[in-house]
Write a protein of this length. Structure first.
Lengths: 278, 239, 296
């Protein structure tokens, strides 16, 4: 190991900043996650598998992941569209639209949950006309999907916006002088440039949706095997003081999160190599 | 192709970038638009390429009014100052881009595209870089790839915006010669923009000196050197 | 050019067909704007309006009355207390972590950044579960703490720990990219001029990062006051004691006290709107003093 662990530096405050950082990180994040893993280890992989391998748990994990994927896909398309409109076009109310994109970040999830439920319930503003058409949103998987779209909405837009802002106009002009129509330019030149950022935003939205609880439980209806999401199962187990089962499901969800975190990092490495960074 | 610029003017909002200018570029000529920054030379080039629309006046290609023609229809090989290569495509795909973008009926076959790209890579004397990405090329190589990409669409004219601006002195000299050779080989009417009088004088058949959105003088290099028409030209040429 | 036979100069002939090659057709542009506006109106603005509509369903008086009972007061007080403790702690951590990461070179830096970002990809419910397993009465640490009269879970410390966990990366994520962009030159210059470490931070670094810091603190505060999942797990939901505003909203809603639930929700929504207002003002006024890469 030729490289020292910490390079000597004239900057002051090494001890203090490192101390605060590592202490807080250990106490607030690492110790609790360690406790979860420790509990899981002492419960045993066999037992964890037994808990996860129940139809009700499988159904919940699968439901959470499937609907999160759909919501993230919607947000991928709509988020890129929104980013394009916000960066490229000038129209009255653009600032307002831009600010509104962040609302799902700022609005507490419980508030979003009851608001969406009120909106899409059979007697709600959107729910009533839809109910008249025989479409039920609240207390079905559609309701969960809408809540997950809501919480994941800003991610893609916010990661893609700066990339669109940095596109060199000459590249688009070059494509046009070579005879390409606008749609061809968007597909072959613009889309590949936006892809890495859009995928990062997609993965972030997906990760957020898989773990989402507050905005979903109100609108979900929470019927086992049908509209019961994985985080709710943990809450139910905890309310019954069944810590081992809660731990097992928690670890399964943690693994999904780690896998997605890894995917985000891989996307970034891949894009850096492909676009030739700098 | 014979290019005629007839009383073209361009205003961006309240500021005039070009006062009405007229210019006739004979078929097969190699013309330099020479002037300091802000003289309107790039605006004029962009109007020729269809990237800007003139506020007034007409552009004629071989006597036909081409003012309203879209960029795509013009088939002008355009080399940008930043080269504007597609970063996510290999050199091969960059050069093949214009051919692949054609509507299906006019698109050459895959083999034909490959043949043409290879030929162009030979022309710019970089036969071995087809598989590389623009980020892996030197400045001079990028410039030549941009030129090959513009030539691939079988352009009717070649327009270059400060083609040597971003290069160091030695590479600049080499590429100047390269452009002359390509021009002579293809016989394309070629217009390039530069602020470097040596470049204009050495390379062009015809030099158009511009200042403040007006044409100061049009002439052969030796005429401009020998008989500057205005005090501006005299000072700019440093004669 | 003085030839009198030259044709009259062409007058301005607007060409309806021309558009810049980097623009979409006007119809496509209008369609895209319409999609964006309708999408945001339906997905984001409609829920926002519903909160206020439901809160005021029985009139302003009923709404205000529902906010003046004891449970509502204690919920508001608890939420403010939690935010008042967690946000400064988080800001302190964020500054220290950003300083450590950007002013020193050490091995494992990117791993450290990944660890700091970790709470963003962990479900809030799992975060709450982790706190319960660490500090719950039947864990080693928790048992000892309870025996010494300091319960964590189902009490204020647990709520604070859970909130710290979910808001952990907020401030650091705003500061790190900005401080990387700004480099170390200014601090080094101050040091060569004889300034002490603390003085360098206060007079050189802090003024450069203050808007980004405010930005991070704002987002952190919004999340701290609004956190639901993690707090729901650790708080025990004891009315008047460990029920924060979001928890109280849930309890009221489940008791079909719609006006009361939405009135409390409207308070939190107002907070969210104020947060967005300040954030937008920062985006416009101090765009250059914020990091180019977005948070979250």
């Amino acid at each position: 190991m030729g490289r020292p662990l910490i390079h000597r530096s004239p900057m002051p405050g090494l001890g203090l900043s490192m101390g605060i950082t590592l202490t807080m990180l250990s106490l607030v994040v690492l110790l609790p996650i360690g406790a979860l893993l420790w509990r899981g280890a002492s419960f045993g992989p066999g037992n964890i598998w037994e808990v996860v391998n129940r139809p009700r748990v499988w159904a919940a994990l699968f439901l959470s992941f499937r609907l999160s994927l759909l919501a993230a896909l919607f947000n991928l398309v709509f988020g890129v569209l929104l980013a394009w409109v916000l960066v490229r076009y000038r129209f009255p109310g653009r600032r307002l639209l831009d600010a509104a994109v962040d609302l799902p970040f700022a609005l507490p999830t419980a508030v979003a949950g009851i608001a969406l439920t009120a909106l899409y319930a059979p007697n709600g503003f959107f729910g009533a006309p839809l109910a008249a058409l025989g479409i039920k949103i609240a207390y079905t998987q559609w309701g969960i999907l809408i809540a997950l779209i809501f919480v994941g909405l800003p991610f893609v837009t916010r990661t893609v916006q700066p990339v669109i802002g940095e596109i060199d106009r000459e590249v688009e002009e070059a494509s046009a002088t070579l005879g390409a129509r606008r749609l061809y330019t968007l597909r072959r030149v613009i889309a590949p440039m936006l892809a890495p950022a859009a995928l990062t935003g997609f993965a972030l939205a997906l990760a957020r949706a898989v773990g989402e609880y507050g905005s979903v439980i109100f609108i979900a209806g929470n019927i086992p095997l049908v509209t019961e999401i994985a985080p709710l199962l943990i809450v139910i187990q905890l309310e019954e003081f069944n810590y081992d089962a809660a731990t097992a499901i928690g670890i399964a969800m943690l693994l999904i999160s780690f896998a997605m975190l890894m995917a985000i990092n891989l996307i970034q490495v891949w894009s850096r190599r492909r676009i030739g960074h700098v | 192709m014979h290019i005629q610029i007839d009383e073209i003017s361009k205003a961006f909002g309240m500021t005039a970038a070009l006062h009405p200018v007229s210019l006739s570029i004979p078929c097969g000529a190699l013309v330099a638009l020479l002037g300091p920054s802000g003289s309107g030379k790039t605006t004029l080039l962009r109007i020729l390429g269809g990237l800007e629309f003139p506020t007034s006046g007409r552009v004629l290609f071989d006597g036909q009014d081409a003012t309203g023609m879209t960029v795509q229809e013009r088939r002008a090989g355009f080399v940008f100052q930043s080269y504007a290569l597609f970063r996510h495509m290999t050199v091969f795909d960059n050069i093949a881009y214009g051919l692949k973008a054609r509507p299906r009926a006019q698109r050459p076959t895959k083999a034909e595209i490959a043949r043409r790209v290879t030929k162009l890579l030979d022309l710019i004397q970089l036969p071995h870089i087809a598989g590389r990405y623009p980020s892996q090329l030197s400045g001079g190589q990028r410039q030549r790839v941009a030129l090959a990409r513009a030539l691939a669409i079988e352009p009717r004219m070649l327009l270059l915006d400060e083609p040597f601006g971003a290069l160091d002195a030695k590479v600049r000299k080499e590429l100047r010669q390269g452009l002359r050779e390509i021009h002579d080989e293809t016989g394309l009417t070629t217009v390039f923009v530069t602020h470097d009088q040596d470049e204009a004088m050495e390379l062009a058949d015809l030099v158009v000196v511009m200042s403040m959105g007006c044409i100061e003088q049009i002439g052969k290099p030796k005429d401009i050197r020998g008989q500057p028409a205005t005090p501006f030209v005299r000072e700019f040429i440093g004669a | 050019m003085s030839d009198a036979t030259l044709p009259l100069p062409a007058v301005v002939r607007p060409c309806r067909r021309f558009r810049a090659p980097t623009d979409e057709a006007p119809a496509a542009r209008r369609l895209l704007i319409a999609l964006a506006v309708v999408g945001i109106a339906v997905l984001v603005l409609a829920p926002l309006i519903v909160v206020f509509a439901e809160a005021l369903a029985d009139g302003v008086a009923a709404s205000l009355a529902s906010l003046t009972n004891r449970d509502a007061h204690s919920a508001i007080r608890l939420t403010l207390t939690v935010a008042a403790i967690t946000v400064p702690l988080n800001a302190g951590f964020g500054i220290a972590a950003a300083w450590f990461i950007t002013k020193f070179d050490f091995r494992g830096k990117s791993f450290l950044i990944t660890l700091i970002d970790l709470p963003f990809s962990v479900s809030p419910v799992v975060a709450g579960l982790c706190i319960v397993l660490t500090f719950g009465a039947n864990s080693a640490i928790g048992g000892w703490l309870v025996a010494h009269g300091f319960p964590v879970v189902f009490a204020l410390p647990g709520i604070i720990l859970a909130t710290l966990f979910v808001t952990f990366p907020f401030v650091a994520r705003e500061l790190v990219p900005l401080m990387v962009e700004q480099g170390r030159a200014e601090e080094e210059a101050a040091l060569t001029l004889g300034a002490s470490g603390w003085r360098v931070f206060r007079t050189v670094t802090l003024p450069n990062i203050r808007w980004a810091l405010l930005y991070g603190v704002l987002l952190c505060n919004a999340r701290a006051m609004g956190e639901f999942g993690a707090v729901a797990v650790v708080s025990g939901k004891i009315r008047g004691q460990t029920a924060t505003m979001p928890i109280t909203i849930e309890m009221l809603y489940n008791e079909y006290l719609s006006v009361a639930a939405f009135s409390l929700a409207a308070l939190l929504t107002l907070l969210a709107l104020v947060t967005l207002l300040i954030k937008t003002a920062l985006d416009i006024r101090h765009a250059d003093a914020l990091a180019a890469t977005p948070a979250h």
